[in-house]
Design a protein around this ligand. Sequence first.
Ligand SMILES: Nc1ncnc2c1ncn2[C@@H]1O[C@H](COP(=O)(O)OP(=O)(O)OP(=O)(O)O)[C@@H](O)[C@H]1O
Ligand SMILES: [Mg+2]
Length: 332
Amino acid sequence: MIEVRDITKRYGELTAVQGVTFTVDKGEVLAFLGPNGAGKTTTMRILTCFMPATEGVARVAGFDCFEQPLEVKRRIGYLPETPPLYHELTVVEYLTFVGRLKGLHAGALRSALDRAVERLSLGDVRHRLIANLSRGYRQRVGLAQALLHDPPVLILDEPTVGLDPKQIIEIRELIKSLAGSHTVILSTHILPEATAVCQRVVIIDGGRIVAVDSPERLSARLRRSEKLSVTVKSPPPDLVKRFRALPGMLNVFDQTDPHVFLLECELGRDLREEIARFVVEQGWGLLELKTVSMTLEDVFLHLTQHEEGLGGTAEASGTVQVTTTLEGQPRP
Ligand SMILES: Nc1ncnc2c1ncn2[C@@H]1O[C@H](COP(=O)(O)OP(=O)(O)OP(=O)(O)O)[C@@H](O)[C@H]1O
Ligand SMILES: [Mg+2]
């Protein structure tokens, strides 16, 4: 449904996006994850025909974003970083205006408007001036205009920014309900959001894609060891040393809480039973034992920090390997 091939965007001297390639299938929800200035908005602007790429090809539903922008725009609902709202209009006036721009009239416009107002819970504010709405409600009006003509493709630049926790859950549910029938790309800084609503995540950093995969597989692929957290009631002073002596143990770390220890074991080796037995036999008092999985946050930090902090080390080459295997296209 969406095809981006070798897109590069230069602003004068600055290369904002370089050689970005990815595809999004029909019905898929894809998250764009990256630090500030990574190139998320730039890529979205190219896809929505807001501006052309310097090099490369972007297609939506088979139409070229540069050569057939009208066909592309017809099929896209776009929520820009700053929603383009007219403050002197009421919510209904604004959505009516946007609906007309999108070619909706009479009955079709009324039913589209009612559906968008209901979906975004805007009923109570439909006759209020946009100037007087809170930030969260303005964001919802922005989303309503993106969804208004029920486009098959939605490009949402940080859709939940400025919303309260309850609204965030509602919008995530809304996005999830669009999956299958709609193709969605959203950008986010909120890492759990990517896990909550997306089938695939594109991690972008410094204008380049550093990984593409499902949130679960991203964390699994980067895992090099099994991690366990163990809480002991009365740990002896040499507990770290004694844990380290266990077969299959790679490392043991103290935590700020003197009762909690983080154990790193060999990959594929489950030491939980042995550790439980060991602690109980020694009479130290086992309070808790659990596996620690790598969160998407760990993955994100790992992939986006390596260049400054770990350039040229084994960590960095691990990242390159991930990019290669995940995309199936070796990168230079
Ligand atoms: N119109 C422009 N002219 C010059 N440079 C620009 C322009 N728009 C963006 N940039 C630069 O391009 C780079 C990528 O910006 P972009 O807005 O795509 O990042 P982003 O990933 O959306 O970041 P954020 O998370 O902060 O929204 C940044 O270095 C930015 O300063
Ligand atoms: Mg942005």
